[in-house]
Design a binder for this molecule. Sequence first.
Ligand code: GLY
Length: 353
Amino acid sequence: MQKIHVDLDKDSYDIHIEHNCLTQVGNLIKEVYKGEKVFIITDRNVDEIYGAILEENLRDNGFEFEKYVLVPGEKSKSFSTYEDICDCLSEAGITRSDMIIAFGGGVVGDIGGFAAATFLRGVDFVQIPTTLLAQVDSSVGGKVAINLKSGKNLVGNFYQPKMVVIDPNLLKTLSDKTFNDGMAEVIKYGCIRDQKMFAELEKCYGRQDVMDNIEGYIYTCCGIKSIVVANDEKEKGERMLLNFGHTLGHGIEKYFNYEGYTHGEAVAIGMVRITEVSERLGYTGSGTAERLKILLNNLKINYCFPEMDKENFDKTIMLDKKAASGNMSIILLKDIGKAEIVKIKRVDIKNYY
Ligand code: GLY
């Protein structure tokens, strides 16, 4: 079992990573929870395939549980689902000394974490991420949220889990599209902080090659994220590096009403386009965008910048929630493995795509 410690004083926790560790989860949870009552938040797909394994293990370890199963997909990250979850937590008699388990991908982690952060002003929770995107990124670092009609993740909090349990075996049942959604984030970590992992990924020609060392890649990504989050939990500085490719990516996702592109696909497009521009401006070492494109191509991840109405896209980008008034921060690569935060005038973002 590989273990990473996220060092956040009283909010510190461990990330456990091991093939098949879903079958040990009850024992692991006992390290951080002495009670008996747990409430599982999951989605229908995960519940159908893996629910029984989790439940059997919890039962074997003496836990009682109730569960809420949501409809898979981003639309579930809504106020109405959140309200429904809270009503169910209340009906189940969950108190502040019980434990919530978020068992699923990014949607479950975000809304489950948000419910945990706010129900009774905070109940402890454990993340068991089941998609690659959640295993390498969203389950670590405490960002929890739900969506508004006007945009994604606009109501949320920073609320750290008590533990993250990552079983790479669960990735085997993901569709290629969902797997690639997470791969874009894996590549992002290589771009911003780890040229060695990027070089290893350059030797991969498809999902199976990546899966051969998936535990190592997850470990590297979570290791980078744990350091960044420990240094800057609330995203005042260094944590912004994790947004490489995201300013354009969020704009693309939003422009297409969150239906045309997955988060990872949009981030891949954003990483390539901003690196092509920064290379042309002389900020990024030459050949960097080409290396990124070849890697994405080998892993069959689309990076073609979509046809969009320029004026509408400009407006979408400038309304990004990460844009501070007047100025905004963008992330540029100096080279593979080395990223920097660059402050620009908000209106100048147009020059970066
Ligand atoms: N997904 C980026 C972050 O957690 O900050």
